[in-house]
Design a protein around this ligand. Structure first.
Ligand code: KIV
Length: 312
């Protein structure tokens, strides 16, 4: 089975939401629903408070796009949170980008809790959502609830994310009934990569597109507070975002979603051999780090480091 990340050779702002201009917020609005509050009142209020599932709902209603990124460690989470990211996802993509596995399948619940604790310690404002890893919720809904409770109690997470539609519904319902916010995830769900057998765009045929529409509706009815749509056609994502009242966050799902998520390592240019169309690189940190480290090695070799001022 081919892998998407970590495949050698093949692949592998400071923009506070309050900084969004009224015009930009209005442009972002799709005119689907009448806002219950203006984008200005939503964005102004965001400075002062923590992001909650209710804030995300308000942002959707006001037509203000939600910014979500992955985080797996204290230092990065501190920077991302201070930079104004609304939602930090402790994604099971940690399996790829932190641990170097081919897929997201190997990461364990204990490892996810370790990452989540580090992120939670850093965050002052963002909502922290933690992926339930493969094998921790598919067995039955009781097992799923036990996993979700562990993430909430042991890591101090604010919400969990689970992949899948109808087959995951009973578990989603049980977890939300216990008072734990759940984010759904449909489309190219990486925990099912061996069933898909490919990382190609999902739902290009009517049957799969209709399944996604139906599953999205069912997840909302089961109590999900949000939904990630991964690597599906933009028109389908637009329809789903318009049909649901909960926020829909896209990754490779076009501009019409209620928000966007990327893997932070991709956005920062730390994965230069991973180049799907949906990744925009906002920095080239692999180059920056390489140059800095080469410079350091050279300084050590030539005794240019440390200087007298850097010595005691
Ligand atoms: O684990 C992850 O990083 C994710 C995002 C790609 C949505 O689930």
């Amino acid at each position: 089975m081919g892998k998407q990340r970590n495949q050698p050779g093949k692949r592998p702002l400071r923009t506070r939401i309050s900084g969004v201009s009224k015009q930009a917020a209005e442009r972002a609005g799709k005119g689907k629903r009448k806002p219950i509050m203006s984008s200005e009142s939503v964005t102004g209020a965001l400075d002062a408070r923590r992001i909650t599932t209710q804030t995300l709902q308000d942002l959707k209603r006001a037509g203000v796009p939600i910014a979500m990124l992955t985080a797996y460690d204290y230092t990065s989470a501190r920077i991302l949170d201070a930079a104004g990211v609304d939602v930090l996802l402790v994604g099971d993509s940690a399996s790829n980008v932190m641990a170097g596995y081919e897929t997201t399948l190997p990461i364990t619940l204990d490892q996810m809790i370790y990452h989540a604790r580090s992120v939670i310690r850093a965050v002052r404002r963002a909502l922290v959502v933690v992926d339930l890893p493969f094998g921790s919720y598919q067995g039955n809904s009781k097992e799923a609830l036990v996993s979700a409770v562990r993430v909430m109690k042991e890591a101090g997470a604010h919400a969990v994310k689970m992949e899948g539609g109808e087959p995951a519904l009973e578990a989603v319902q049980r977890i939300t009934d216990a008072g734990i916010p759940v984010m759904g995830h449909l489309g190219l769900t990486p925990q099912s990569i061996y069933r898909f057998g490919t990382y190609r765009v999902r739902a290009q045929d009517t049957e799969e597109a209709d399944t996604i529409r139906r599953d999205a509706q069912l997840l909302e009815e089961a109590g999900c507070f949000g939904l990630v749509l991964e690597k599906i056609p933009a028109d389908l994502a637009r329809d789903v975002s318009g049909a649901l009242s909960i926020p829909v966050i896209g990754i490779g799902a076009g501009v019409h979603c209620d928000g966007q998520v990327l893997v932070t390592h991709d956005l920062l240019g730390l994965n230069t051999d991973f180049n799907p169309r949906f990744v925009r690189r906002y920095a080239h940190l692999e180059e920056t780090i390489t140059e800095a480290v080469q410079h350091y090695v050279q300084d050590v070799r030539t005794r240019a480091f440390p200087s007298g001022e850097e010595s005691y």
